[in-house]
Design a protein around this ligand. Structure first.
Ligand code: SF4
Length: 457
């Protein structure tokens, strides 16, 4: 039987409980168990005035921001509209049906003001990591690190070529916030001081962002999102924003390792990373300063494809401080003393080991060893010991396992861009990038916790 037409008729009274209308298996219900904003009010109190109108509840705004990152809602205006109409979002925000939703301008003011000044997002992120540790999903033994390039909110049309860019012409009093932040981080190792090389273009709207052609396709302005993860369950134990250049990314990893130790007393035994982190300096820092085993491919330019003996055909003898060539003769450090420095170490931190000219002249293997030179030369980095250790580790089964674990950090970045839609930043400046990366990492950890620890039946 055809039912009667449904006519809209507003009731005078409703008996409605939001709790009953959010499904038990809803993602936000699962996540809500792990969101603890109890001490947030006391943390923020010094940043609010004692007089004036009461503010919008900061916990409400944080919960709304979390929804935005968890559900991939990138626009604040859209987020406000969604919270208005979505029952599950209202439930997560502790809003009843009739409660007003803060508007988008309130968000902007707080994000760029109190939340940033109080470092609230870092505190929120660290609270969630602490919860992950408490729940036993952080092993703390094998960490992995990587960086992903995230497009900045800056366009090529609004930029200046490096020859025309003049920092001294910027007046900190009159420039926009993102430019002021750029001036503040000029000496910061993750930004201005990361490299002497000037970028080809500098954006007017967000000068800290890096002009990069690292991805295939046209170059663009970007920041790097650096993750340090525990590889047991891919929990992000730290996150850092930096310029999109290798030196800044390696520096960010060092910052994260130190900060994780201070914040959570985590001392990883192994760090897994790709070749970008395999410089001699970085391997030496890991091995000799931090006592961390590097499961990292070594950056090695000594490979030959012309049939000439490679460096690996020469064996280093520590006692004699000499390389032994394939016919058993020694190569000793060059006696050359560099200008102004009485050391065999060159400016590139390399020591040149040379065979005797007389030995090589007589040698039957010379055409396979040094056909164009009077004698063979081998370069040894001052941190070659750490490089050798990394090479030895790369032959172990544990290394093979680590390379599989490394995929987890790449998957987190893929998830970040595809599901959470963080392909392009909405906030400008180093602080904007930092805030967005912290919130996104917090959301990813919360999603992971909800997945790993099912709701009790
Ligand atoms: S050419 Fe010189 S360094 Fe090379 S194998 Fe012969 S003696 Fe040794």
């Amino acid at each position: 039987m055809l039912g009667p037409r449904q006519e809209f008729q507003s009731a005078l009274f409703y008996e409605f409980n939001l709790e009953d209308h959010v499904p038990d298996d809803h993602l936000l219900r699962s996540i809500d168990r792990f969101v603890d904003l109890g001490d947030m009010r006391s943390h923020l109190r010094p940043f609010y005035s004692d007089i004036g109108r009461p503010s919008v509840d900061p916990e409400l705004m944080i919960r709304m921001l979390l929804i935005g990152y968890i559900m991939g809602i990138r626009s604040e205006r859209w987020l406000c509209d969604e919270v208005h109409v979505n029952l599950a979002y209202r439930w997560f925000c502790r809003l009843d049906l009739g409660d007003p939703v803060p508007d988008q301008s309130t968000f902007s003011k707080n994000r760029h003001g109190r939340f940033r000044e109080s470092d609230l997002f870092r505190q929120l992120f660290e609270n969630v990591v602490a919860r992950c540790i408490k729940e036993g999903v952080v092993g703390g033994e094998i960490f992995a690190t990587d960086a992903s390039i995230i497009e900045a909110d800056a366009n090529r049309q609004n930029s200046t070529p490096k020859e025309d860019w003049d920092v001294s012409s910027l007046d900190p009093e009159t420039v926009p916030r993102a430019v002021r932040e750029y001036l503040n981080v000029l000496d910061d190792a993750a930004f201005g001081a990361a490299s002497e090389v000037k970028p080809k273009f500098t954006s007017h709207s967000d000068p800290s962002s890096q002009w990069t052609g690292a991805k295939k396709g046209p170059a663009f302005f970007a920041y790097s999102d650096n993750y340090l993860i525990d590889t047991d369950h891919a929990i992000i134990v730290d996150v850092e924003a930096s310029r999109s250049i290798r030196q800044a990314e390696v520096g960010a990893t060092r910052t994260m390792i130190k900060r994780t130790r201070e914040a959570f007393d985590l001392y990883p035994e192994v760090l897994v990373a790709d070749t970008a982190y395999g410089s001699a300096e970085n391997l030496n820092w890991l091995v000799n300063s931090e006592g961390i085993m590097p499961h990292i491919p070594v950056i090695d330019h000594s490979k030959r494809i012309d049939g000439i003996f490679e460096k690996s055909d020469f064996v280093y003898n520590l006692d004699r401080d000499a390389y032994i060539c394939p016919i058993g003769l020694p190569l000793y450090p060059a006696k050359k003393v560099y200008r102004n420095r009485k050391t065999p170490i060159a400016a590139d931190n390399m020591i040149r080991y040379r065979a005797s000219k007389y030995d090589c002249e007589e040698c039957l293997l010379k055409k396979y060893c040094c056909p164009k030179d009077p004698s063979r030369k081998i370069l040894r980095h001052i941190y070659e010991g750490a490089r050798d250790l990394a090479r030895e580790l790369s032959l172990t089964d544990a290394y093979v396992d680590s390379m599989k674990r490394r995929k987890k950090v790449e998957m987190l970045f893929a998830h970040l861009k595809r599901i959470m839609k963080l392909g392009r930043l909405r906030l400008r400046g180093p602080n904007g990038a930092k805030d967005e990366f912290l919130l996104a990492a917090t959301a990813q950890n919360l999603r992971k916790l909800a997945k790993l620890i099912p709701q009790p039946a």
